[in-house]
Ligand binder design. Structure first.
Ligand code: SAH
Length: 417
């Protein structure tokens, strides 16, 4: 159980007016713009819209029509975002009321329960936005606590209702809310980060993953506190590491490094992150599990790798899990150049036959883009790169077949000759 001692700062949810349950307006698309939405893609950009009939308030339910006024879907309107309408159901008879959201959220929770991911000390992504048909809502569970990341105004406005559903279903001790500055701005979300309901935990929450315990700080940790998406990749990588000297670049709270030592039989690990807080967290997690053999250091990833190349340090395995390089479709070319530079440096510090684990969490960079990038690195370095496994995020981050931007995490395990 988490949070042995708790202070009891009970909070109450602010009172808000519930948005309209029944469609208040008709959104009509421009000619030749409706195909993706018949194809169940949930993002209607303002540039695709011809006109809005009615006067929807932000957060209201609206209906989407083709230019020939053929009904397409029910969605939620937001005048402040380029992503003007988010779509949620393609069934005309389904309305976006509390029963609808309850069923949708429960359907997401049921998947995680069936995967055995809702144990008392587990960390799990309960709701993954478009991956669960809930564009704009992310809910992570850390033991008895929930952390909600609101990325769409549709759910900023519906937060009290969402929390009510989650509390009814899961009875958490506390519910935290997190927003990301950039996203909040583009969506017009003004929510305060912090405890939203329930009680404050006394310190970090502890979760167990692959038999390793981690402290998670729900208030100040990155994202919602932990990178849950890499759970299965951390385990998968261990089978390639026996006896090797490992470089864990962009280590955050030490997930790959600790798995490498505890389950992979790695000889030693050098783990690097640019954040002081991350390094402290990773060190504390190594201690918590009495895992020896890792050195955690604060440094810039690119500078550190260049230094390692120059000082002729070599590794048997290099793990590269950088932050998102491409924030938009326009920045993909720049991002691919950065991935190339990073992976080139990674290959340069790998001994022949070494293992390269390379990840990208940029939704706009495709798997194919990354494979081409690796081809370029192979050409430049004159070293063959064999892709052994092509992996994605753990199954509590489902990929929506109709919204491939949800396939944001790619993890390629390679051998470099
Ligand atoms: N591998 C981690 C997750 C990494 S997330 C895990 O398994 O949990 C990306 C990390 O990169 C973050 O911890 C962030 O602090 C770090 N980071 C961002 N920019 C960096 C830089 N220029 N140099 C080093 N680390 C950086």
């Amino acid at each position: 159980m988490n949070a042995e001692a708790e202070s009891s700062t009970e909070t109450t949810a602010p009172l808000v007016t519930a948005p309209a349950r029944f469609p208040t307006a008709r959104v009509i698309l421009k000619p030749r713009k409706s195909k993706p939405f018949f194809g169940r893609h949930p993002w209607v950009l303002d540039s695709a819209i011809d006109r809005v009939e009615g006067e929807p308030v932000d957060g209201d339910a609206v209906e989407l029509f083709s230019e020939k006024e053929k009904w397409i879907a029910h969605g939620v309107y937001n005048s402040r975002s380029r992503l003007r309408v988010r779509l949620y159901t393609w069934k005309p008879s389904e309305f976006l009321d509390q029963d609808f959201w309850r069923a949708r959220i429960q359907q997401a929770i049921d998947l995680r329960a069936s995967l055995g991911l809702i144990g008392s000390d587990q960390g799990t992504r309960l709701v993954f936005s478009e991956g669960d048909g809930l564009s704009g809502l992310i809910v992570d569970r850390y033991g008895d606590y929930l952390s909600i990341m609101v990325t769409g105004q549709a759910f900023a406005i519906r937060l009290p209702q969402v929390v009510e559903i989650l509390v009814d279903s899961l009875r958490p001790r506390g519910v935290f809310v997190r927003t990301e500055k950039g996203v909040a701005q583009t969506e017009g979300i003004s929510l305060a980060d912090g405890l939203y309901s329930g009680v404050e935990p006394a310190g970090p929450i502890f979760i167990t993953e692959n038999g390793i315990r981690y402290g998670v700080d729900l208030r100040t940790g990155q994202k919602t506190g932990f990178y849950l998406d890499q759970r299965d990749n951390r385990a998968a990588v261990t089978r390639y590491l026996r006896g090797r000297r490992v470089l864990d670049m962009f280590c955050y709270s030490g997930g790959f490094a600790l798995n490498a030592l505890k389950h992979g039989g790695a000889r030693e690990v050098l783990a690097i992150d640019g954040s002081e807080r991350a390094i402290a967290l990773a060190g504390a997690n190594a201690q918590l599990n009495a895992i020896a053999g890792a050195r955690f250091e604060k440094a810039d990833g690119f500078e550190c790798l260049s230094e390692l190349v120059v000082t002729r340090q070599r590794f048997g395995a290099v793990i590269l899990d950088p932050p998102k390089f491409a924030r938009s479709r326009q920045s993909v070319a720049d991002a691919l150049r950065a991935y190339h530079r990073l992976n080139r440096l990674g290959v340069d510090v790998l001994e022949p036959g070494g293992i390269l684990v390379t990840c990208s969490c940029s939704g706009h960079v495709t798997r194919e883009d990354l494979l081409h990038m690796l081809g370029g690195v192979s050409q430049q370095t004159g070293r063959d790169i064999q892709v052994l496994e092509q992996r994605g995020a753990a199954p509590d981050h489902p990929v929506a077949a109709s919204c491939l931007e949800t396939e944001y995490l790619k993890c390629l395990i390679c051998r470099v000759l």
